[in-house]
Design a protein around this ligand. Structure first.
Ligand code: DWN
Ligand code: ZN
Length: 404
């Protein structure tokens, strides 16, 4: 397999085994025809990009029944409000600014620009989530972004001051064409701002569940520079974020002479310390992932031997990797509570654990809850204080499998 970015030959350093589509919550009648592929992370020693070898066709993942709606987390609503204010105050240089978001989902971010009465456009391939945005008056089109689409947008709306994306760029296999399109879409002072789960955090926390079909890449600063500099987009700042268990926000400018921030220099030094540009880091990571799996199974067996009941909390995309890689099914977890209606009353991908409406949470009896949305722990532990106060225990595999 050749690198999606630089065509260098790359090879996998571990397998996470046979995986289903992470967000394909399914009904019993569809079990027999469920699609599986092998989840093989790989690293390119030339451009430092971490990617998966095989990605199912995007149409199998992003469609009219896409199961993830961004507005499910209150913290994320606040997070995007803050980013909107920052952009409005710092990056709108023209009199009539125009902002484009790639992968705008249900409009969680762009809806803030309605208040600023600012030209905006969301590009979102999954029809059902885009419809929610449209209902909220967020201007959206149901398309995959590409260099071709960029030309059409420029013809219709003109060039953009800012292009953004959040938790989207790492989903895009044809990243070179998208980077070219962004470069064509931005005006000469334009800025690209995007954020994604940070590879450094995945390595440090052993949060291997960030690896699943949708995440074709996990970026580091060096890999982002290698991709976008080829298309005249110059990285000038980064910002580490606590969201999604550790993310990085990247700021890239069309202007070559934009001053480089101190934070960018320090963060690159940190990447050197973490050795994110060395294959041995990933070999060590694969060993850590195997230990994490053994420890988790040990914890589950201990609990089961005591005849205690375990339920899951939040049927995240990430849970699909943990459950399938560790081979955890209904023998360990009775059901998973989730707030998203499209997932409820269905079964988890691959392991077929029932997904229970969160509204029924209080009518069930259990001793342990597995927190599959560990990235939202602060919000979740606060909301579920009652469970904890009555002696309930949380299980999490991040930073390392443990009972809380
Ligand atoms: O990159 C991606 C991120 C941004 O969102 C996408 N590929 C898909 C998705 O990943 P995820 O499913 O792992 O995201 P979250 O935000 O960690 O989890 C969302 C799921 O968890 C939803 O099904 C709702 C559920 N949930 C819940 O039931 N109770 C979430 C929270 C915070 C809760 O309190
Ligand atoms: Zn490469």
């Amino acid at each position: 397999m050749n690198c999606r970015v630089c065509s260098n030959k790359i090879s996998e350093f571990m397998t996470l085994g046979r995986m289903p589509i992470a967000n394909n919550f399914l009904e019993k009648k569809d079990f027999a025809k469920e699609y599986f592929f092998e989840l093989l992370p790989a690293f390119c020693e030339k451009c430092y990009s971490f990617q998966i070898i095989e990605q199912p066709d995007p149409s199998m993942m992003f469609h009219e029944n896409y199961a993830f709606f961004s507005q499910t987390s209150k913290n994320m609503i606040l997070h995007f409000k803050k980013l909107s204010d920052k952009i409005k105050n710092n990056f709108f240089t023209s009199d009539n600014p125009f902002i484009v978001e790639l992968g705008s989902n249900d409009g969680i971010f762009l809806k803030n620009f309605l208040n600023y009465k600012c030209n905006h456009l969301g590009v979102e391939p999954s029809k059902n989530v885009a419809e929610v945005a449209l209902q909220n008056n967020v201007n959206s089109i149901v398309e995959y972004f590409s260099s071709n689409l960029a030309k059409k947008i420029v013809n219709k709306y003109g060039k953009a001051d800012v292009v953004t994306s959040a938790n989207v760029m790492c989903h895009i296999p044809n990243i070179n064409d998208v980077a070219l399109g962004i470069s064509e879409l931005l005006n000469e002072n334009g800025v690209l701002i995007f954020e994604d789960p940070y590879l450094g955090s995945v390595i440090e926390k052993i949060s291997y569940d960030q690896i699943y079909d949708e995440h074709v890449f996990l970026f580091s600063i060096y890999s982002v520079e290698a991709i976008f500099s080829k298309f005249g987009l110059h990285l000038f700042d980064v910002e580490f974020l606590q969201t999604h268990g550790g993310s990085m926000r990247y700021y890239l400018s069309k202007r070559k002479n934009t001053p480089i921030s101190k934070n960018l220099l320090l963060s690159k030094e940190n990447e050197n310390k973490l050795k994110l540009n060395k294959i041995e880091t990933y070999i060590k990571f694969s060993e850590n992932v195997k230990s994490s799996k053994s420890k988790l199974i040990e914890i589950f067996d201990e609990i089961k031997n005591k005849n205690k009941l375990i339920y899951g909390y939040a049927a995240t995309s990430k849970s699909t990797t943990v459950l399938n890689y560790c081979n955890i099914g209904t023998d360990y977890i009775e059901g998973i509570f989730d707030t998203t209606p499209i997932k409820q009353k269905k079964f988890s991908p691959g392991k077929h654990i029932p997904i229970i409406e969160y509204e029924k949470f209080n009518s069930y009896d259990f001793d342990y809850l597995y927190n599959f949305a560990w990235n939202h722990s602060t919000e979740i532990y606060e909301n579920e204080k009652e469970f904890y106060n009555r002696g309930g225990k949380w299980i999490s595999h991040v930073p390392f499998p443990k009972i809380i």
